[in-house]
Design a protein around this ligand. Sequence first.
Ligand SMILES: C[S@@+](CC[C@H](N)C(=O)[O-])C[C@H]1O[C@@H](n2cnc3c(N)ncnc32)[C@H](O)[C@@H]1O
Length: 264
Amino acid sequence: MLKKLKQFFNKTIYKNSLNINFVKLSRSSWLCKNLSGGYFKPFASPEAKQIKRIIKETGKKGRLRLYEGYKNYKIEGMNYENATRNVFEVSTEEKVGDFFYWLVLNKRPSIIVEIGTAFGVSGMYLLSGLKKIKKGQLFTFEVNKEWANIAIKNLESIGSQFSLTIGKFEENFDNIFLPKDNIDIAFIDGVHVGEVVHKQIAILRQNMHDESLIILDDINFSSEMKSYWKGLAIDSKVKASVEIGGRIGIIELRQSKDDLSKKK
Ligand SMILES: C[S@@+](CC[C@H](N)C(=O)[O-])C[C@H]1O[C@@H](n2cnc3c(N)ncnc32)[C@H](O)[C@@H]1O
């Protein structure tokens, strides 16, 4: 009976909701001031229907070759030899996209950085938020040229407040940002390996301030990624951390630019 009731709630009331679970709380943090634990249903972006249509259209291209750099990482249960993926397999799901839209509306960022544009789905939600607040720029990085060219067209149909760099984030960061540029939100959605994410956070931190947010996708991707996230979420340099929908992790950093503790 209890199981059936749970299934009913999951299918109806909670269908488009995200479970918000704080790991580290700090009353002075932006995260704690703006989110609370429990179920949260973000409102849809005005471009939601258009984004859905674009995803459907992109899906017609079928499975395309994945960035071959993935082969360099040993990830349990994954074989990246000649791997291909389609837009549905790699993109942010709708309710998370709506959450990103909500986040932009409430955080009002000047600079958003995204590592891993893929076909531009998460970028379209972020961009629709920037369009609504009429300020800010999305700087997104995609190493796969074929996917990047599709993403550019997709993003252009939503708005113009973006710049897509074709290439590795790590190799292009210094050419794009000046020390004075403040990154308000970063979305890390490239290779879901703790060691890689750790280095990307170190780069981003150079241009982050108190209240900057770093979003990590796929915190439960592998046992390695899970344990990296667990350590990061309680790190002393992290003011507050939260898990969204059991898949996304967000950390809010303290102002100090010291490196985060070594990987746990
Ligand atoms: C999971 S997909 C991103 C999905 C996208 N954020 C979305 O939700 O629509 C990961 C993408 O990251 C790209 N990627 C991986 N490592 C990268 C890096 N270091 N710099 C830039 N792009 C990277 C891959 O080519 C792939 O397209």
